[in-house]
Design a protein around this ligand. Structure first.
Ligand code: BMA
Length: 385
């Protein structure tokens, strides 16, 4: 077992005797789901073995659209700049719970399913977010009505309605099959950024007990009632002050595989003498690494970016040193929506050809420690080692 894993890991250039401890450790650890499929277990263990050495680069909605284009087969802004696709694809399921044909970002769910298959077939990793509507009142994910979470946990007035949301999610997830016929493992990141105050599941609308009850109920329902065993669960906060705050709503090791947070750069965070984003993320990634190590979980920088990337060297000056120092398992930048009609603003987080940060992104891409699609494929992430 150990030998083959070394082979897989060496294929992307991180083998050698120094790694034997972490490789052995990784194959001794299992996903939180004791019935996880072999491919899901392999993915978890392979990512654990790579943690501390390689960082997968991910992009939200990468294959569906980019700046100035939509639904053109084979296109990807990341590929058009670097020559390669990302190693990780993020997809968003908001509106699935309503039985809609398209996501809240207007991507047809059938298309998302085939993009997920395409990503998996190419050896990349899939992660899913869900800005689901508030079952309490039918408003969006950004509604912050107090008591929303309380209303959907067992005993709550909207519990049965919430179960219908999960039923739809379960169908979508169960239909994810690769060309090899196997269920496609997904990193599912529900109820994200809960230390913030902008979603109906955030800390200002529910107690820690209600949040963990919702999380555990959700996982148990998908795992036990729906028999879905191809899911790795991603616990996620926004930026945080200390470990106690990060862990306040942690639902338990049996319900979580990846611990992560989201943080974005903006112009106001940069002055001549300081960079608030770098300082903040340095602190959070450092704490995250320690907690992941203590728990034998994966650590991830689940969402980041600088909207419209106005800083030409953002990739190698701001982001890369943070990644190299703290070595999370993966990093994902948000979607390339382009011009937003409502705000008139450009909304994108990966460069496109000729974008001001494109040359720097190529330098980032060339970094030995950063993984795009080809290195992910060589690592054979879904095969037991
Ligand atoms: C936000 C923005 C929104 C989008 C949402 C869910 O950060 O990108 O436009 O609807 O994520 O994907």
């Amino acid at each position: 077992m150990k030998g083959i894993l070394i082979g897989a890991v060496m294929a992307i250039g991180v083998g050698g005797c120094n790694n034997s401890t972490s490789i052995k450790t990784a194959s001794n650890h299992f996903p939180s789901d004791s019935l996880a499929t072999p491919a899901t277990t392999a993915l978890y263990q392979n990512l654990l073995a790579l943690q501390g050495k390689k960082i997968l680069f991910g992009h939200q909605d990468d294959l569906a659209y980019g700046v100035g284009w939509q639904y053109e087969k084979g296109r990807s802004d990341v590929k058009e700049v670097t020559g390669e696709y990302p190693a990780l694809y993020g997809w968003e399921l908001g509106n699935l719970e309503l039985g809609a044909a398209k996501s809240l970002d207007s991507v047809p769910f059938e298309a998302i399913q085939s993009y997920i298959k395409e990503g998996y077939d190419s050896g990349a990793v899939i992660t899913i977010s869900w800005h689901l509507n508030n079952p309490l009142n039918g408003k969006s994910a950004w509604d912050t009505t107090h008591g929303s979470v309380a209303s959907i946990i067992p005993g709550g007035a909207k519990h049965e309605l919430y179960k219908t949301y999960l039923d739809k999610l379960a169908i979508f997830l169960s239909e994810l099959k690769g060309s090899d016929g196997g269920q496609i493992p997904v990193l599912f990141r529900p109820f994200h950024e809960q230390t913030g105050n902008w979603f109906w599941w955030c800390q200002n609308t529910c107690t820690p007990q209600e949040y963990t009850t919702l999380w555990q109920f959700t996982v148990n329902y998908l795992r036990n009632n729906k028999q879905l065993h191809h899911i790795l669960y991603v616990y996620n906060t926004s930026d945080f002050e200390n470990k106690a705050q990060f862990m306040e709503r942690y639902p338990g090791d049996d319900y979580v595989d990846v611990i992560s947070f989201d943080a974005y750069q903006n112009e106001k965070m940069i002055t001549d003498s300081s960079n608030e984003f770098v300082q903040k993320v340095d602190k959070c990634l450092g704490m995250l690494k320690e907690m992941a190590h203590e728990k034998n979980k994966l650590a991830a920088f689940a969402e980041t970016g600088f909207e419209a990337i106005p800083k030409a060297n953002w990739w190698t000056n701001d982001l890369l040193p943070l990644l190299k120092k703290h070595q999370p398992s993966y990093v994902l930048v948000w979607r390339n929506a382009g011009l937003m009609k409502e705000s008139g603003k450009m909304h994108y987080y990966a460069p496109y050809p000729k974008q001001v940060s494109a040359p720097d992104f190529v330098n980032f891409y060339k970094e030995e420690t950063i993984v795009f699609q080809l290195k992910a494929k060589q690592a054979n992430l879904y095969k037991a080692n």
